[in-house]
Design a protein around this ligand. Structure first.
Ligand SMILES: Cc1cc2nc3c(=O)[nH]c(=O)nc-3n(C[C@H](O)[C@H](O)[C@H](O)COP(=O)(O)OP(=O)(O)OC[C@H]3O[C@@H](n4cnc5c(N)ncnc54)[C@H](O)[C@@H]3O)c2cc1C
Length: 420
């Protein structure tokens, strides 16, 4: 079976590696960029995705490229602590959670892909334009005019997917509800435990801060900072380009008061050498991903708000699930149906949960119930309410520790073939 993958990002390269591990080695990745560059800022890889990368034999590489996230803590805009919980091994998972530079994660996947499948299977400067298919094959048409033929095509070409546009004509651009994100990396001393992922404020004015490296000898680590504010009224959507940089005047004005004795966000704004801007966008969940021999994966299938750290993790889960179904099911069509039935509704639920601030619901409730702050968080939330909110999101996103720790592996050699 020859599998064509449009897009060599986190999802596309994870799929190539997963197919190889499942015994499908005839794989071609068609990537639009001129080279695989380690771009982006920090992201989190949740334990369910770390499990999959570990089962692909990348556990050690991940652990040296990222920093194990120790805790997840939420504060109101006054810097008062609402909720905190351990993450990764400290929370009882069998796998860590990592805070990691997106580019370094891509680098881990890229090196493994080249080692295992060979460089000649990863084609840069190959922009996919559209695809045609018949009963026995699919042809991918490239911007260069060339064509590549295979048995299956997976659109892993990100939020602006050409393959999705073909499957959903008329869908148009991603949806923007007026929130702009500014992203940066700053060298500074990490706050709290040194591996804390900290979220401050509320939807519409929020800061996300966490280290992605251990501190160096001078005590400074590389700190990921994402600032978000509602800027939409009357303003056009910011440019949708992950590499677009802006000056810091606007964020300086918006976040000047975010200074606490345990973290000085205003200082991080100055320390970071550059700021990237991107609109917070997603798309509505689709009623179907498959068309014949073509399907979607990662942001092409289910772009979601970056709330709860699920973008990369869900792409990795898609990849492992799809590789398994392609290896196990007797026909391409049956495999794509099985993949979709496992992943489409599950990821749609996260898209919807993230619009309602997902893992961070307690911050919104704190803002509604106590906009001027509180003396005791117990005066704002009912007993058990904070824990219940946290557990609910983990279940929606598929990383409740009991379920994850117990579920069977997606690796091929550990599962029997289903009867058809
Ligand atoms: C350069 C870049 C920087 C990013 N930085 C961040 C960040 O800092 N923080 C964050 O939360 N998320 C970031 N993301 C998005 C994040 O990687 C994804 O949300 C997530 O990892 C899901 O991965 P994906 O593989 O589905 O999509 P992506 O990682 O976006 O990968 C899609 C890939 O498809 C390629 N592609 C696009 N169109 C075509 C086409 N027509 N033909 C062939 N190839 C195509 C792209 O070049 C890219 O390599 C970034 C994405 C990119 C491309």
């Amino acid at each position: 079976m020859k599998v064509l993958i449009a897009g060599g990002g986190i999802g596309g390269l994870s799929l190539g590696l997963s197919l190889h591990a499942a015994g499908i080695v005839d794989v071609e990745v068609l990537e639009a960029a001129l080279s695989i560059e380690e771009l982006g800022v920090g992201i989190n890889v949740l334990p369910h995705a770390v499990r999959e990368l570990t089962e692909l034999g990348l556990g050690e590489e991940l652990s040296s490229a990222g920093l194990a996230t120790g805790e997840f803590v939420m504060f109101n805009k006054h810097g008062q602590r609402i909720w905190g919980e351990p993450r990764g091994l400290a929370a009882g998972y069998r796998w860590p959670q990592y805070s990691i530079h997106r580019g370094r994660l891509l680098g881990v996947l890229h090196r493994a892909f080249v080692d295992r499948l060979g460089e000649r299977r990863l084609h840069t400067d190959h922009r996919v334009v559209h695809a045609t298919q018949d009963d026995s094959s699919v042809s991918v048409h490239l911007a260069s005019g060339a064509q590549v033929v295979g048995d299956v095509l997976v659109g892993a070409d990100g939020i602006h997917s050409a393959i999705r546009a073909q499957l959903c004509p008329g869908e148009g651009a991603p949806l923007w509800h007026g929130i702009t994100m500014w992203r940066a990396l700053a060298e500074a001393a990490p706050c709290l435990t040194g591996s804390s992922m900290v979220i401050i404020g509320h939807f519409g004015k929020r800061a996300v801060v966490y280290p992605i490296t251990a501190p160096a000898h001078d005590g400074r680590a590389l700190i990921n900072v994402v600032l978000e504010a509602k800027t939409g009224d009357g303003r056009p959507i910011p440019r949708q380009d992950w590499t677009y940089t802006v000056d810091r005047d606007e964020i300086r004005a918006l976040f000047a008061t975010m200074r606490f004795d345990w973290l000085d966000v205003a200082e991080l704004i100055e320390t970071a050498p550059q700021w990237w801007q991107y609109p917070m966008v997603d798309r509505d969940p689709l009623p179907a991903w498959r068309s014949g021999r073509i399907t979607l994966l990662g942001d092409a299938a289910h772009p979601m708000y970056p709330v709860g750290a699920n973008g990369a993790s869900q792409a990795i889960l898609d990849a492992r699930t799809l590789a398994r179904t392609l290896a196990v099911w007797p026909t391409v069509e049956a495999a794509l149906e099985e993949y979709e039935s496992t992943r489409r509704r599950a990821t749609a639920a996260i898209v919807v949960a993230n619009r309602d601030v997902g893992a961070e619901k307690c911050k919104e409730l704190a803002e509604q119930r106590a906009p001027n702050g509180f003396d005791r968080v117990e005066d704002v939330f009912a007993p058990g309410e904070l824990e219940e909110l946290s557990t609910r999101y983990k279940r929606t996103a598929g990383f409740a520790p009991d379920i994850l720790n117990e579920r069977p592996s997606l690796s091929i050699h550990q599962q029997p073939r289903p009867s058809t």
